[in-house]
Design a protein around this ligand. Structure first.
Ligand code: TRP
Ligand code: ZN
Length: 881
């Protein structure tokens, strides 16, 4: 760091702002040489802070032109200017501050604040980007009413947008024009947005349940108008769903979305002017996969739902980020579950949690859902805050029941609409509405690490009782050596010998009630005794993955196979197969490590064959059940991760299954290979995933017939899901046709940037030994753009995060490559550079050689002058671990 080691900010240091800002009047004059921003702020001292204190405004990379207080210009001795602040030592109790600043958005490659994407102006203010637009108290508990006038050249920037309602517009001199926007809702500055550009709108309408007619517009670059249907449909479904499930209506007459190509994250919930990464808007069946369609539906919903959970009720400070993100992810997960297959959605969400959040929770960057300190807030938009945060909300839902949860949400809005609040306020609303004590539950906000549960069961035939003993521990994480037991719901059922759920009666209860129970864990060790149990049952534990934990139970392979066939809880039916799969694969890993010969148990092959034989019954579920546990998840189950052995073990199992069940893979692929008309309903998606899974198994032993099928599908299908699945398999094979297929794909799609991203991704995730050389060469491909985050994530990010066997190659070349790219990107875009560092933060999970290789790269990174705080924080914490 050039400015010395950056300082950490602590939750415990929170104090209300010295001043409040009630009104903001912005005038933004966009010109090719520079942009001028005039801000008129209505400021007063905060009654919550006694005594007059200096006003410290945040501001970065701004050229200050003038400052006036109540219309009186201040000379240079009336204020103190530093790189990050403008300080006014002495101001009245209430006053109007006017500043004029100049910026150069065209030079802004960090994509934070005001910047240009494809020639259009746009903004990204969360978390602390507004300070790059104008001097302000840039913290979410300062909420103001905004009026924004935008002025720009009419021909180049015909569309001028900001938050709220359009209240005026007109032409100005020299071919320029202006528009005035007014947002009636007070908001924190991170929700401010402005867009100016040559964009086309796709329009629709939505009538809210109380009769408000809302104009919906999706703005895209010219030529993309035919790729907005799915996003628009998703938006209308989200609006209807939030009314139906939470009683929440939209609150303005306009809802705008703008899709931009250069965006650090997925999308942003700016009040009435969401800005999206094009990846989460643009889709046609020929250009987007089923995963893309589902991603669009989920992200459109997520940003829309933020209007209540995030905007109407916002965060007091950035430590409370999960207040809006965990809750909104939970809401978008519920929505997607209602729109599609609920079982498949839950399985995929849990897979995501296990492959991304669990590793984070056991690495150098492990942090609680509410972090206690940070150096750079942008580093805390993490799977822990978002996805583990959503699991915490799901546990409230499970503990309180759907109705209790809804009462809690109602109370939360009743108490806090229009306020900036904390996770404690949310917990209090839930506790009060549910009449429950959530004191211990709140440890989920402060303790990091994935809790581990060990469950044993004992059946007493004479007494007809079944006793479960549950022990929980929470592993130490950086800065948190000792943990307390957590409060969590363990949803449990018992299966009788006929495979049916038994009615459950706990000792002390008068009568049985239900076949699934929410057992509440609170202690390090707890016992639950079921009475009247007619025969030794098989327990179905943690149904629906009712808590974000690692569970170990004393179930035999036969018990697990029984659950795979019979569990009434679809998640656990899938999970039983995964537990079996993990056992077998970790056994193979151990065999590889000690040089023993490999064999796949017949019972496992038989069980997979049975699922496949029955696949026609529920293709979507079968497609999930037939996927072996992923390499990253298997790593989380090992004391020391051995990425090469994991890969070899999994590939051995896949090849064996391919061979032993070859006829069934073929038959099932053929049964679904006909070109049915394209639709993105859950059943059609399920059929396509099953078909492509069969092809993947066939290509695990790429004989000419399998390769022929892949090539046939690659050339014959019009749906990107099928085309890319085939291309991925060909690209990972030695088939001579692979280069032709890659070239044909590029040639067909070279003008569609999002599809070209897929082409990079396929090559970066290929398991072929020459992949790193290929990735290096692709950095120089004319279609690669180092400044475009989607391109960086598709090539560099996909290689580091999605190709463990090549990234963790024993020579350490993958690590050196990643460090080179981080250092190259950091001066342009620290957020993107820092996101690439994720793999390094898992350093202590690997063997000594890999640790030393990673350390070499991390030391090289921290020794680099002018490193961003973003990368510095991850690198230095990784070295400490
Ligand atoms: N609030 C956004 C969301 O969850 C996240 C986001 C978008 C973001 N862009 C960002 C966060 C840039 C930090 C920086 O939907
Ligand atoms: Zn969000």
């Amino acid at each position: 760091m050039d400015k010395g080691t950056p300082k950490a900010i602590h939750l415990t240091a929170y104090r209300p702002s010295t001043h409040l800002i009630d009104t903001v009047d912005l005038h933004v004059d966009l010109r090719e040489e520079a942009t001028t921003v005039r801000a008129r702020l209505g400021i007063r001292q905060n009654p919550a802070r006694a005594g007059a204190e200096p006003l410290v405004l945040d501001g970065q990379r701004l050229e200050l032109v003038s400052v006036t207080v109540d219309g009186v210009p201040l000379g240079p001795d009336g204020y103190i200017l530093s790189p990050d602040h403008l300080t006014l030592p002495d101001t009245p109790d209430t006053f109007v501050l006017e500043t004029v600043v100049r910026t150069r958005p065209q030079d802004n490659m960090a994509l934070e604040g005001l910047y240009k994407s494809s020639g259009n102006y746009c903004t990204q203010c969360e978390a602390e980007g507004f300070r790059k637009i104008t001097y302000f108290i840039d913290r979410p508990d300062v909420m103001a009413r905004y009026t924004t006038v935008i002025e720009a050249e009419k021909a180049r920037y015909p569309v001028l947008l900001s938050n709220g309602n359009l209240v005026g517009s007109g032409d100005a001199a020299d071919g320029r024009h202006w528009a005035k926007w007014e947002d009636p809702f007070p908001k924190p500055c991170y929700l401010f947005a402005l867009v100016a550009g040559d964009l086309r709108a796709v329009e629709d309408r939505f009538r809210t349940r109380s009769g408000r007619d809302v104009a919906l517009r999706i703005y895209v670059e010219p030529g993309n108008e035919d790729k907005c249907d799915h996003a628009m449909r998703s938006l209308k479904k989200s609006m209807a769903w939030d009314e139906e499930v939470y009683g929440l209506e939209y609150d303005l007459d306009i809802f705008n979305i703008v899709a931009v190509s250069d965006f650090n994250m997925g999308a942003m919930e700016n009040k009435s002017l969401n800005v999206f990464n094009t990846k989460y808007i643009l889709a046609r069946p020929e250009t987007a996969t089923d995963g893309d369609f589902l991603g669009i539906e989920a992200v459109v919903a997520h940003e829309y739902f933020h209007n209540w959970t995030g905007n109407r009720v916002t965060c007091r400070d950035w430590f409370q980020l999960s207040l809006k993100e965990g809750l909104t992810v939970f809401r978008d997960q519920q929505f997607s579950a209602d729109m599609n297959s609920a079982a498949v959605k839950r399985i995929q969400d849990v897979q995501g949690l296990r492959t991304v959040q669990f590793p984070e929770d056991s690495g150098a960057m492990a942090h609680p859902v509410r972090p206690e300190s940070y150096v750079e807030i942008n580093n805390f938009y993490t799977p822990t805050v978002y996805n583990k945060g959503a699991e915490v909300i799901r546990m409230y839902h499970t503990l309180l029941g759907a109705e209790g949860f809804r009462r809690g949400m109602d109370l939360y809005f009743q108490r806090h609409d229009g306020q900036a609040v904390t996770c404690d306020d949310f917990a209090a609303a839930m506790a009060d509405a549910g009449g429950v004590d959530l004191t211990q539950f709140k440890l989920w906000y402060s303790q990091a690490g994935t809790p581990e549960l060990r469950v044993t069961g004992e059946y007493d035939e004479a007494a007809r009782t079944y006793r479960l003993t549950v022990r929980q521990t929470v592993p130490p994480t950086p800065g948190q050596p000792d943990k307390m037991p957590m409060h969590m719901p363990l949803v449990t059922g018992l299966l009788g010998p006929d495979g049916k759920d038994l009615p459950l009666r706990l000792a002390g209860e008068a009568a049985p009630g239900g076949t699934s129970r929410v057992l509440e864990l609170r202690a390090a060790e707890q016992r639950f005794e079921f009475v009247d149990v007619p025969a030794r049952p098989v327990p179905s534990l943690l149904r629906g993955f009712s808590a974000p934990v690692k569970l170990t139970a004393d179930l035999t392979d036969a018990d697990l196979t029984f659950l795979t066939a019979n569990d009434s809880d679809p998640f656990n039916r899938w999970e039983a197969g995964q537990v079996l799969g993990v056992r077998i694969l970790l056994g193979l890993v151990a065999d590889i490590q000690s040089g023993r010969p490999l064999a796949l148990p017949d019972g496992f092959v038989g069980a997979m064959g049975a699922v496949l034989g029955d696949a026609g019954h529920d293709p979507a579920f079968a497609a999930q059940a037939l996927v072996l546990p992923g390499e990253s998840y298997l790593g989380t189950q090992m004391a020391v991760i051995d990425p090469i052995a994991i890969h070899e073990a999994r590939e051995f199992a896949r090849r064996t299954l391919a061979e032993r069940l070859r006829d069934r893979w073929l038959a099932t692929h053929r049964a679904h290979a006909g070109n049915e008309p394209f639709s993105v309903d859950a059943a059609a998606i399920g059929r396509r995933s099953l078909k492509n899974l069969c092809l993947a198994y066939l290509m695990a032993r790429p004989d000419p017939e399998a390769v022929g099928l892949a090539i046939g599908q690659f050339h014959g299908s019009r749906a990107m899901t099928d085309v890319i699945a085939a291309l991925q398999l060909l690209a990972g094979s030695d088939a001579p046709e692979r280069e032709d297929a890659l070239a044909a794909f590029y040639d067909r799609w070279k003008d569609d940037r999002l599809v070209v991203d897929k082409w990079f991704n396929v090559q970066a995730t290929s398991h072929r030994p020459d992949t790193l050389d290929r990735v290096r060469a692709l950095l120089d491909h004319p279609a690669f753009e180092i400044r475009n985050p989607n391109k960086v994530y598709s090539l560099i990010g996909a290689f580091a995060g999605g190709n463990p066997v090549r990234f963790h190659a024993t020579d350490g070349a993958g690590y050196a490559f990643l460090a080179d790219q981080v250092l190259r990107i950091d001066p342009m875009n620290p957020q993107v550079a820092s996101r690439l560092m994720g793999q390094f933060s898992r350093i202590r999970r690997y063997d000594a050689t890999r640790q030393a290789q990673m350390r070499t790269q991390l030391e090289r990174i921290v020794a680099t002058p002018a490193l961003s705080p973003d990368v510095f924080e991850v690198a230095s914490k990784s070295l400490e671990a």
